[in-house]
Every structure is written in structure tokens, then in C-alpha cells.
Ligand binder design. Structure first.
Ligand SMILES: OC[C@H]1O[C@H](O[C@H]2O[C@H](CO)[C@@H](O)[C@H](O)[C@H]2O)[C@H](O)[C@@H](O)[C@@H]1O
Length: 609
């Protein structure tokens, strides 16, 4: 039986991440990178696919309370049993070498009997390692991977797992340190678990010192910013879309994808949110990552890359894993890598624009890349594409894609006019205006009184909510007011938005999925901008209420089963939360203080998407 997704908390070291269940079991951990094989894959299978459980052994009722230590990705899970109270502190120290997981068992009250079960299975639960014991160390080796466990507790082997039973008394602290290293290298030195937790906490607090958010939702916004930071890959500056693969968009379904890669779309959205929160270093690092990733022939831009800029992300299925809640197949890699998605050109141009706007040191390489992209886009914008939802059906003239082509030329014009970069500004202005005109003629349906998903389509799509957020149309333009009304009518279900109707829009997959959380945040943004503040706040509060006990959101939510769905934690959802919090705040202070350029209203546009 799979535990609800919202039962998991995240720990990570900005190179990879683990999911820790309320039951004390780490059921997901890929080592050494986000996209490496998992050594704990119970999330997508059973305990025998790898996990590390550390919890009271009491058979009686156990009360569980969790939190992150303030401003840090150090998780505390407190168990109250009939015997007493015990706290397990979990974290992964941000590293310069190999990854570690630290688990510190702290006796809070009484004497609590504890049990540990460590099931190490490399390559997504498929490889059982050789395990040897040396003084103070247990070592597991298979192929390229090696794990070493250091703990003062006596452990023993049991049916290809490692187990321990021990008691923790009030005031006692017992460390468990798990260190990964390449199997051909000597094992790393043991690490002081208590010090490592303190250092990790200090590292996150230091990072938070840069946070500038002063608004009404500090806990929610700070947790979301921390989640986004945890999804960055520190060595290269890449940013992954989520920490998992194949958590289903429908329980038991096949909409299960690998999100442990860097989508240009998701990464640029994440950057906006981080820079809104006061963090600039990540923007510099990501720009450098982008320049390396697209190097060679930038016109061969991919919509996503690996965390170090890898281009081949071949999609495979892992048939030995039964899947989360029997949702098969489990996939690694992502076939969307080969898709043509027009919007990413606009997103990259907008990211370059934002870098100029926040005064990042100028980078001539990025303008050279921009020129190549614009050159392609001059004719490329007329091609049909797979759209931001990455449909696996026929290519179409998606409205949002065309709007982002408009954004590309709009930001190019502004780069020349505002930031003194060189380019044929009058020509770009002409292309920009031509695209605007075509969209208004081909993507607006006067009978419906709304923009539509694609040219000539009668369907609605939540991505249209981004049009005013990127400055394409004024939020109070009657066409946009009509679009919001139509989206509310057609796509709002139990107060939350669908991306589109999966039975109407052929996305190449069997219909049925949850409510895509980012879309509901975009709706709240539109409410803010249309002056529907009470509705914006009510929707925002509803969305906040869907977070789990430690503030995390997956990609989607199912209002019927009241469960989170899809990959987790998902950058898109947390970006939405941060932007809406800022928009609500800014609107309150002054509706004119916005982030992006608004071509129509000639004012800065709001935090988006
Ligand atoms: O819905 C089908 C597609 O779903 C995934 O894409 C979604 O996630 C991406 C990463 O967050 C996001 O950029 C995209 O907008 C979403 O639609 C999946 O990765 C695709 O392979 C799949 O076709």
C-alpha cells in the first residue's frame, strides 16, 4: 500500500533529495544526483525496493508531529508513544564531495524502544549489494555504488536487510550516518552526526539571510523558496522540475513522468520566484548553466536538459517496479525532450531580460545566444508545436506558445531600448506586432468571448491565464475578462482548475488527471489584477490549505480523494504560491508595482507565472 504523497517530507543537499515518510521511512533517494538510480525506491514499489526506516517499535498508538527547524531543511519528526517521546532529526548536509544522510535519534522523555530497518537496493530497487561489516562501519557495494553506515548502535543482517533494535533514553542522542561514494574509491571518513546537523542548519539559515520577503505569509513563502532552492543542482546551476519520477497524475493511471531534469520553462519560472524572494546567486548560476547547455548550435535548443546539460534523456520503463499505488509504467528519462515547444524561446528571452533588469553583470555570450534564438524564431514562430503541456498528440498552433514568441521579440526590443544591447530593433518591433495581431485574430473567439487554447479551437486552457501576466494583454481588457469567466465556467471544478479537459483535448493519453495546482495560482493572480481581491485571497488560502503539514505541494490535487497527485515536491506549484503571495502584497501596496514589462498597459507586469 502506497502512503499518501503528502505523508512525505523533503530533505536534500542541493544535488539530490530524499523523501521521508511520517512513519520514519526514507522511501526515495537517488545517489549521487537527482537523476541517478534510486537506492531507496519503496515510493514506487515495496519496502524490498529499498528504504531506510527508523521509528519507535511500539505496537500501541503513536502520535506523530513534524516540522522543519525554522528556516532550514532540517526535519524533526517527534513520536509520542506509551513509553515516552522520541525525536528523529533528518537532514542532508550541503556538500562539496559525496552525499550523506544524517539521522539523529534524540530521547525527549522516558525510554523509547526503537527499530531500524535498512534495505539498500541500487538502481531503482533492482540490485542487492554485498554487505560487509568492519569496526564501526557497515559497507554495501554493488557496481559503481557504495554506501557506508556509521552508528554506535549494534546492527545485524536479516533476510538481505540490516536491522537494529535499541532503546533511547531522555537526553540521549544517537547518530546514524549514511555516506555514498563511488565503489572504486576508498570509503569517506566517518562524520560526526551531531555536528553535521548543526552545520546543515547553519548553512540554510545563512542562505535565508538573503530573503527579502516581508509579507503576510512568511511561513508559506519561505518554505516554498526553500523547496525551490532544494531543487537546484549546486555544482552546475541547473534546476530540476521535481525530486521524483512517476508519481502519477491519476492514481492507477499511466500519466507518470520523470521530472528530475531541467526544463527551460520550469527553471525560468523558478528563477523569477527566487529572485522575487531576494536570491540572485541562483540566477547567475542558472544563466551560466544555460550558456553551457545550449553551446554549440543554440538554434538546436532543447526544451529540457540533464542537470549538467546532458541532451540525451531517453525515456525507458522500469518493469520491475509496480509503481506508486500500482500506477504503471514507472519511467526514467522523458520523451518530451525531443518535442518542439515554442514557448521556451520566449522564456529564455524573458530570463535574459530579467537578468538585465535585476542588474546581473552583463554577459555578452547570453546576448549572442539571444540573437541566434531570435533568428530562428523569425520563421519558427509560425510552426505548430507541442505546447507547454507537452501533448503527445498532434502538433497545434497553441495560443500560449505564440504569445511567448511575442514575448521573445518584446523583450528583444526592450533589451535594445532599455539596456543598450545591439540589434535591429525596428524589425523586431514589426515582428512582435505582427505576432500580436495574428494571435488576436486567430486565437480570440468572439462568440465565446474568450481566447482559446489554440488557433481555431473552441477549447479553453488554463495557460491562457498567463497572457496578462507576461504583459500580452491588459488584465482588465474585456477579452481577458471574458477569458477568465469562460475558464471559471469550464475548467473550475470544486474550486480548483484543470489545465484543460483531457477528454476534449487530445494529448495522446487516456483522459483523467487531477487539478493542476499552478493553474489555480494563476487564476488567483488574474483575480488580483482584475481587482477581485477577496476572491484572490480566498482561492490563495484554499491553495495554502492543500499543502501538507510541512508546507509541500505536489503538481496536482484530487478534490475527490483529497490527495496530492503527481511529482513531488513540484517547482511549478511552489513558484505559483510565491508569485501569488507577492502579487497579493503588491496589489495591496500599489497595483502599479509589477515585475515584468507590460506592453499593453506600458507598466511593469505582475509576478508570474
Ligand atoms: O501531460 C503530459 C506531460 O506531462 C509532463 O509535463 C508536465 O511537466 C513538465 C515539468 O514540470 C512541465 O514543464 C509541463 O508543462 C507539464 O505538462 C511530462 O514531463 C511530459 O513528458 C508529458 O508529456
Amino acid at each position: 500500500m502506497s502512503r499518501p504523497i503528502e505523508d512525505y517530507a523533503l530533505i536534500g543537499d542541493t544535488q539530490t533529495a530524499a523523501l521521508v515518510g511520517r512513519d520514519g521511512s526514507i522511501d526515495w533517494l537517488c545517489l549521487p544526483r537527482f537523476d541517478s538510480g534510486a537506492c531507496f525506491a519503496a515510493l514506487l514499489g515495496n519496502p524490498e525496493h529499498g528504504r531506510w526506516k527508523l521509528a519507535p517499535s511500539s505496537r500501541g498508538p503513536v502520535m506523530v508531529k513534524r516540522r522543519y527547524r525554522p528556516d532550514s531543511l532540517v526535519l524533526e519528526t517527534e513520536y509520542t508513544t506509551a513509553e515516552g517521546v522520541v525525536r528523529v532529526v533528518d537532514c542532508m548536509p550541503p556538500r562539496d564531495r559525496t552525499p550523506d544522510v544524517i539521522r539523529l535519534v534524540e530521547g525527549v522523555k522516558g525510554r523509547v524502544c526503537m527499530n531500524m530497518q535498512l534495505v539498500m537496493r541500487f538502481d531503482y530497487g533492482s540490485v542487492v549489494p554485498w554487505v560487509t561489516r568492519e569496526t564501526g562501519e557497515l559497507r554495501a557495494v554493488a557496481g559503481p555504488d557504495a554506501l557506508s553506515l556509521y552508528t554506535p548502535v549494534a546492527v545485524r543482517g536479516h533476510h538481505l536487510t540490516t536491522v537494529a533494535d535499541f532503546t533511547v533514553a531522555e537526553g540521549q542522542r544517537i547518530p546514524f550516518v549514511l555516506r555514498w561514494h563511488p565503489s572504486h574509491e576508498p570509503a569517506p571518513e566517518p562524520l560526526d552526526g551531531v555536528e553535521a546537523v548543526a552545520d546543515t542548519e547553519a548553512w540554510w539559515k545563512e542562505w535565508f539571510a538573503h530573503c527579502t520577503y516581508q509579507g503576510a505569509w512568511p511561513e508559506a513563502v519561505r518554505t516554498s523558496l526553500m523547496t525551490l532552492k532544494a531543487l537546484t543542482y549546486a555544482p552546475t546551476g541547473g534546476i530540476v522540475a521535481a525530486a521524483t519520477t512517476s508519481l502519477p497524475e491519476r492514481l492507477g493511471g499511466m500519466r507518470n513522468w520523470d521530472y528530475r531534469f531541467c526544463w527551460l520553462r520550469d527553471a525560468t519560472f523558478t528563477l523569477y520566484a527566487l529572485t522575487l524572494g531576494g536570491f540572485r546567486e541562483e540566477a547567475e548560476a542558472w544563466r551560466a548553466w544555460l550558456m553551457r547547455s545550449v553551446a554549440g548550435d543554440p538554434s538546436k535548443l532543447q526544451i529540457m536538459y540533464g542537470v549538467a546539460g546532458e541532451r540525451r534523456l531517453t525515456e525507458r520503463t522500469l518493469p520491475w517496479l509496480p509503481g506508486y499505488a500500482a500506477s504503471k509504467p514507472v519511467r526514467t528519462g522523458n520523451a518530451a525532450v525531443d518535442q518542439f515547444q515554442l514557448d521556451v524561446y520566449g522564456e529564455v528571452m524573458d530570463a535574459i531580460h530579467q537578468a538585465n533588469r535585476i542588474g546581473l553583470s552583463s554577459n555578452h555570450r547570453s546576448w549572442d545566444v539571444a540573437l541566434v534564438l531570435l533568428d530562428f524564431l523569425e520563421s519558427g514562430w509560425q510552426q505548430p508545436d507541442a505546447g507547454m503541456w507537452e501533448v503527445r498528440g498532434d502538433l497545434r498552433h497553441f495560443t500560449y506558445s505564440k504569445v511567448m514568441a511575442w514575448v521573445a521579440f518584446d523583450r528583444a526590443v526592450k533589451a535594445v531600448k532599455r539596456y543598450g544591447l545591439e540589434g535591429p530593433v525596428e524589425h523586431w518591433r514589426e515582428v512582435r506586432d505582427r505576432i500580436h495581431q495574428e494571435i488576436c485574430e486567430s486565437a480570440y473567439d468572439p462568440k465565446l468571448g474568450a481566447f482559446t487554447q489554440a488557433y481555431g479551437s473552441g477549447n479553453l486552457d488554463a495557460s491562457l491565464l498567463l497572457l496578462p501576466l507576461v504583459g500580452f494583454v491588459h488584465p482588465k481588457d474585456p477579452r481577458m475578462v471574458g477569458t477568465v469567466r469562460a475558464i471559471e465556467r469550464e475548467l473550475l471544478d470544486d474550486g480548483l482548475l484543470r489545465r484543460y479537459h483531457t477528454h476534449e483535448t487530445d494529448d495522446g493519453l487516456p483522459p483523467g488527471e487531477g487539478r493542476f495546482l499552478a493553474c489555480s495560482f494563476w487564476l488567483a493572480d488574474n483575480y488580483v489584477l482584475q481587482g477581485r481581491r477577496d476572491e484572490a485571497e480566498a482561492l490563495f488560502e484554499r491553495l495554502l490549505s492543500l499543502r501538507n503539514d510541512v508546507g509541500l505541494l505536489a503538481e496536482e490535487y484530487d478534490p475527490l480523494s483529497k490527495r496530492q497527485l503527481g511529482n513531488y515536491p513540484q517547482a511549478f506549484s511552489h513558484v505559483g504560491l510565491i508569485n501569488t503571495a507577492f502579487n497579493l502584497e503588491r496589489y495591496h501596496i500599489s497595483p502599479a508595482i509589477h515585475r515584468r514589462e507590460n506592453h499593453v498597459a506600458e507598466q511593469e507586469a505582475p509576478a508570474s507565472p
